[in-house]
Design a protein around this ligand. Sequence first.
Ligand code: PLP
Length: 454
Amino acid sequence: MACLPLWEDRLGRTLKIVDKDDDPLHQPNICLPRVSPAEDPFYGLETFDGPGPWDRSTLEVEAGNLTGTPGAKKMITFYGNDYLNLSTHPAVRKAAAKAALVHGMGPRAPFMTCGHTDYHRLLEDTLAEMTKKDACVITPTGFAARIALLSALGNVASLTSAGRRPTREERIGIFADILNYPTIIDGLRLVEEQREADVFVYRHNDIDHLDELLSGCPAEKKVVYSESLFGINGDFAPILKLVELRKKHGYLFVVDEAHTILTCGRNGGGIGEVYGIQDQIDICIGTLSKATGCRVGFIACSEGWKKLIQARGQPFTFATSTPVPIIAACYAAVEVAKKESWRRGAVWSRVECSAMSPLVSLLVGSEQEAVNASRHMLECGFHVTAIRPPVVAPNACRLQLTLTSAHTSEDISRLLQVEWRPAALWGTSNDQMVCLPQCPEYTTSRPHPPSISI
Ligand SMILES: Cc1ncc(COP(=O)(O)O)c(C=O)c1O
């Protein structure tokens, strides 16, 4: 496990204090009643060699008319993060339905009160193995996972300082890319407000700026937090350069694989697997509400971090456990995604012909312009989302499209034929697809996409 010695020492001291107060790992593992093969949610998990009719059921929808005239209009959606179209997969549906029939919702209290079921543990172990970590914590949502991790990090500072008031050196320095998703920003605000961390924001993907900030920071413990694929911009972080910089500064490296878990890597292990650097990533955080088409957040980490997050990561500690049918669906979806690797191939083949990643972000400008653009798309038969404040700055509103394994090249070329285009932005060449010159805080250079091996 990659956890750096400097951090292990401080984490160890924190855990000793936490252990005195409580011992979260002594919660029981609840064994659900044994069931017959016919009732078992995972028995004979079905996988397929190619798409089935269910694959397009969330892409081809009918939506009410915007002008108020009666009647629904057929349209193709380009808005979801269900990259592998697993939300409608027969194995996922069956797992959720069977688990609900046999077990109901499962324990209805937080883990700290009632422990986890063997289903929860199975999912945690599977995610830990995929990301090559010793352990994993699952949380009710991806949002909760970010807050839980960041509040646990903050506790490392407050628990180990005199009077629980960390000095500047004892506070943690957290370095985050300016384009990190708002869930991460919320977590950062929390630890900053509690005076447990100093947060440094570096220019988007600017390694020199990050290096400069790290060099000038007096904190003994530093963390770099970056998304692997930025949800707002649809571009990749310079992950190998971040790994290099980690050797110089010894920071705890947190990679947010929200958009890359299961979409990248031969086995779906994310960007860490693509580059073979999973051992250089200390904490891998993600959500199963995207490529898995279900819902839970996860934090894959060492046993020590898991223990601290369980004890002090508040959205984990205080929230009721995720219902068993959701966990069963998540597990089935992860297993299907590993086996049906053709889905990843299909996503990346769509990307090759039209974009840099399955997330295409087109800068439009003002909120009104973005809403108009989205409306126009709806009228032309495409559901494409306008991304507006508070997700982005008021002058940086966008249209965002996501490409999934079930979109066809015909869907994409029909979309590109729509007459209204944010003229300079909607080009056919890759370099014009994302254009961010109007916002000084955003870099206009495009890092090369990683070569994705599936
Ligand atoms: C980085 C990041 N965190 C959290 C989320 C939200 O995840 P969830 O819907 O599981 O709460 C997203 C999704 O947009 C995300 O990109």
